[in-house]
Design a protein around this ligand. Sequence first.
Ligand code: TYM
Length: 355
Amino acid sequence: MPSVGQTTRPFWLTTLSKLEGMTKPNLFSGMQPSSGSLHLGNYLGALVNWVKLQDEFNAFYCVVDLHAITVPQDPAVLRANTRLTAAQYLAAGIDPARSSLFVQSHVAAHSQLAWVLNTITGFGEAGRMTQFKDKSQKGGVESASVGLFTYPMLMAADILLYQSKAVPVGEDQRQHLELTRDLAERFNSRFGQTFTIPEAVILKETAKIYDLQNPDAKMSKSAADTKGLVNIMDDNSTIVKKFKSAVTDTDGEIRFDRAAKPGVSNLLGIFSAISGHTVQELETRFAGAGYGTLKGDLADLVVATIEPIRDRTNALLADQAELDRLLSAAADRASEVAEATLKQVNDRLGLLPKA
Ligand code: TYM
């Protein structure tokens, strides 16, 4: 079995689910509802893969609102963004008949298991998480919340509650997945076999989509300048404008070279991921063409992909009651699985069951 850090689609994803026949292995992943839209990095780095994996896995896809509140949120905006994130999952192709699409705070077991995992995590171990270091340094360590510090243990709880075999994420979540595996192994060895050890599923080609203005940094919703950030909910002319003003270089050659030509390489990577053509095919197609042609063609392709998702998102948001009903039913299904794991955990720990 390959270890965490898989960078291509592992063979066992297919073989495993075939072998297990009717009982598909479980899969968990989530995104934070911390902005008014998912971006192209979320979509290509994770969501596209989520949609594909629904066939082979019993998938749990979560809107992780408890993670979002580790930094300040406006309550009304958080509520709206939670529905919006769920609608974007559906619009991108998550099928609520096959996968459980739910909101993290609707299943209390997430917070409960997170507490237990906090008690077996070393302070130094948690302090080594690079996402915490980056985020806390941005606003100053003194003002960072304890929730931001314990964020990875809540993420581990999300994954372990569902006995997840696979966790499709972007590259930036690799370290959190390693911690999750360590915590699962630690608990199992101290208290007896309880958790499945999860594997990260990180697609090499789309593991990291870069900011269009700053192609050495990952595309991120917390970017100071949104000119390099392409959102699913951006209108078509904004998307075109962002691609047309993407930072490239001065040598004028359309060639993939991440170190020497990060801007052009990012554009080729996005083009390849969406079109299904290899980077080499694209280099041949654009040989001798100017950057303007590449940017224009890519902008058209992105618009053609994103526009229907945006339209479906808006249509889904128009029927809020139906969206809420769907989220509630999925949370009930998720709770059954989560509660069974939590009960076992509490029992192993020696917590006295309520009479
Ligand atoms: P979040 O909300 O920051 O991002 C959601 C997903 O999008 C991926 N991603 C990217 N992929 C490629 N290029 C980028 N520029 C890019 N930016 C974001 C992320 O890797 C992620 O897969 N901690 C998680 C949420 C979470 C979670 C979980 C994930 C909470 N519990 C359990 C998996 C399993 C996060 O912050 O994602």
